[in-house]
Structures are given as C-alpha cells and as structure tokens.
Design a protein around this ligand. Structure first.
Ligand SMILES: *Cc1c(COP(=O)(O)O)cnc(C)c1O
Length: 367
C-alpha cells in the first residue's frame, strides 16, 4: 500500500464542484486583483480569529516581512525567534537588515523555550517571533509577559497553526500581530501561494495595508516605499470554499493524531507529540521522535510510506548564517530535535486502515 505524507487530490475530490464553480465565477467577472473574494476572506479570517483586521498578502513569508517592516524593524535591530522552524521565520528579519537571535526550544513541545528568551534581550531587541510549530501553541502568556516587561512586539508565526487555540484564544490573536500561510500543504491551503496578517492594532494595520501596495492609498500617489504583495483573487475564491471546512478538517487531523498516539504508545523508542496544556493543537504535521529516525524513515520508504524530516538543519547552523557565529552545541535541544524528529502521513482524509498500516510497519522495524 502506497501512502503519501498528505493527499491534496483526496481533498480536492471532496470539494471539486464548489472549487470549480468558485474559480469559474472569478474568470467570468475578470476581477482578478483585490476583488470581492479577497475582501470577504479578510473579514472571515478576522472574525474567525476574533481580531479587528485581516490583511491578505502574497505569502506567509510576506506576512512576516510586511509586519516587521511596518513595525519599523531594520538595520541595527534584533529579533528573537526559534531555530526549529522553517527558514522564513528568521529570513524575513535578515531581509530587512536586522539580526535574528535564536533561543532554544522546549524538548517536549518543540516550541521556543520561554526561559531562554529573556537573557537574549538587549537594547537592540525589537520583537519576538514565536512559532506555533506543527500546529502546537507556544506558551503565549509567558511570552506576552516578557514582551510587555521589555516593551517588545510579538509576532505570532501561526503559518502552521490556523485554528489552534491557547486558553480559548485563537492562534494569531494573542500577539500584536499574527501571520498565516496559505501554501498548498498548510491546514488551510490555496492552489498557489498566499498569506494573511491579523491584528487588533489599527495603526499597524494601516501601515501594513499601505506597504502591501507600493505605499499607495490613492492610485499613482505614493507615501511610502512598499511592495507588491497582494493575495490573488482566484486563490481567495478557492480559500473561501476551503475555509468552510477548516474546523472539520482540523478536528479530523486531531482525531487521527490521537489514533496514532494510541497505535504507537507501546513503542519505547518512539516519543509521541506533546500538546501544550490548555490549548488545542491542529496537527499541521504529526511528528514523532526517535534516535533511530533515519533508519525508520528508510524502512518506511522501502515500504512505500512517505515521511518528512522536519527539520534536518536548525536555522542557527544554516550556511548562510555562518557570520552569526553560532556553533554546534549552542542550542542543544533544537539541534537534537533536528536529529530525531520526523512526520508520518497525516491529513483529514487518511483512513484507519492506512494509519494502522503505517504503525504496523514502524513496529515491524523494531522487531
Ligand atoms: C510555511 C511557513 C512559512 C512561510 O509561508 P509561505 O507561505 O510558504 O511563504 C513561515 N513560517 C512557517 C513556520 C511556515 O511553516
């Protein structure tokens, strides 16, 4: 039996007519830029996250970058984030000429370790970017407390966590700004690139909207240097169809993650995911840890079961960041997670038979 890490075609089959209809409607209206679907999606995501403003952009990466830019972060500034994430969480800081500073992670949740944040704060620190990794919430109360004390911005990188909750509040709504990605494999994925920023801060919202479109409120009048980072109308139409199912899909992921927990619980050399207390995990990825990771991944591959290694190299040890002078051993928990963590197939449409097969093969590896 061949099992993919995720199956976007299986999902498309369940919503095919609605999607095709939505795309056709945009084609018929020819309103391709900043049309009604973009505006409605912004309202829908703001309402969903219980925030005042939803501002759509071209990608999750741009969501982070426009936010940092609107906060005035640039040369000479420092931004604290986690090294156990996708590169963009730190890259965007560097693009603007500021310096990413890396904190270590919690061994169990794999989220940024709040105990390691405070000692990294200097006069240059302007913001903290916690990443709700794999859909698991960071310790937001503690992060907001540190940020308030030191007068720092908090940008939630919620690119993997749409719909996740912390003490009843939605991912993205707790920091000053929340950033989402609609990359096709994300829990709410477009059929191309896309992203969204949410915030309750009127002034930041105004600035972000300005720099999203060439620093221009009135056509051909420019009051700031900006970007072209709009969400495509066709993608917005697709996303609005898929958004109707987000709770159902997130619930299915959660339920299926717990089926894996049950099926794998007796394996001594497999560490199961840890959900933060008082929060709701949305399992963008179902990741487990083992010191035999590479061998298990090989074994599953031979049996036609796909896996994903998240993440093979921590961001602080990437070649491009050599000049930051981190060395192996500086952030031991993140580095260890990079040798042990991997994702096994999980998506809302996966069935019990498939999950059982994956687990049987993992058990077979240990025989
Ligand atoms: C996907 C992702 C991004 C970037 O989103 P894009 O839409 O691909 O630009 C940023 N941060 C994290 C944690 C992500 O998973």
């Amino acid at each position: 039996m061949k099992i993919n890490l995720l199956d976007l075609k299986a999902q498309y089959r369940t919503i095919e007519n609605e999607i095709n209809e939505a795309i056709k409607e945009v084609l018929e209206t020819t309103h391709f830029i900043m049309g009604p679907n973009v505006k409605e999606l912004e309202k829908e995501i703001a309402a969903f996250t219980e925030t005042k403003h939803g501002i759509s952009v071209a990608s999750g990466t741009d969501a982070l970058m426009l936010t940092l830019k609107a906060m005035g972060i640039g040369y000479g500034d420092e931004v604290i984030t986690t090294p156990f994430t996708f590169f963009a969480s730190a890259e965007t800081t560097s693009v603007l000429g500021a310096k990413p500073v890396f904190a270590d992670i919690e061994e169990d949740t794999l989220c940024i370790d709040t105990n390691s944040i405070e000692k990294l704060i200097t006069e240059k620190t302007k913001a903290i970017i916690p990443v709700h990794i794999f859909g698991n919430m960071c310790d937001m109360d503690r992060i907001m407390e540190i940020a308030d004390k030191h007068n720092l911005y908090v940008i939630e990188d919620a690119c993997q966590a749409i719909g996740a909750e912390y003490k009843g509040r939605k991912a993205g709504s707790i920091g000053h700004v929340g950033c989402f990605s609609f990359y096709p494999t994300k829990n709410l994925g477009a059929y191309g690139d896309g992203g969204m920023i949410v915030t309750n801060d009127d002034e930041l919202a105004e600035k972000i909207k300005l720099i999203r479109v060439h620093g221009s409120k009135k056509k051909y009048n420019h009051e700031a240097i900006g970007y072209n980072s709009r969400l495509d109308e066709i993608q917005a139409a697709i996303l609005r169809v898929k958004f109707r199912y987000i709770n159902k899909w997130n619930d299915a992921r959660y339920e299926k993650a717990h089926i894996y927990n049950e099926l794998l619980k007796d394996l001594d050399d497999i560490v199961l995911p840890t959900e933060r207390e008082n929060s709701k995990h949305v399992y963008h990825l179902y990741t487990i840890q083992s010191k035999y990771r590479d061998e298990i991944v090989d074994y599953l591959k031979k049996n036609d079961i796909a896996t994903g290694i998240y993440y093979p190299v921590p961001v602080h040890l990437q070649d491009v960041y050599k000049h930051l002078n981190y060395k192996k051993g500086d952030l031991p928990k993140a580095e260890e997670a990079c040798t042990k963590t991997f994702a096994i197939p999980l998506y809302p449409e996966i069935n019990y038979e498939q999950q059982k097969y994956v687990c049987d093969k993992i058990k077979e590896f240990f025989l």
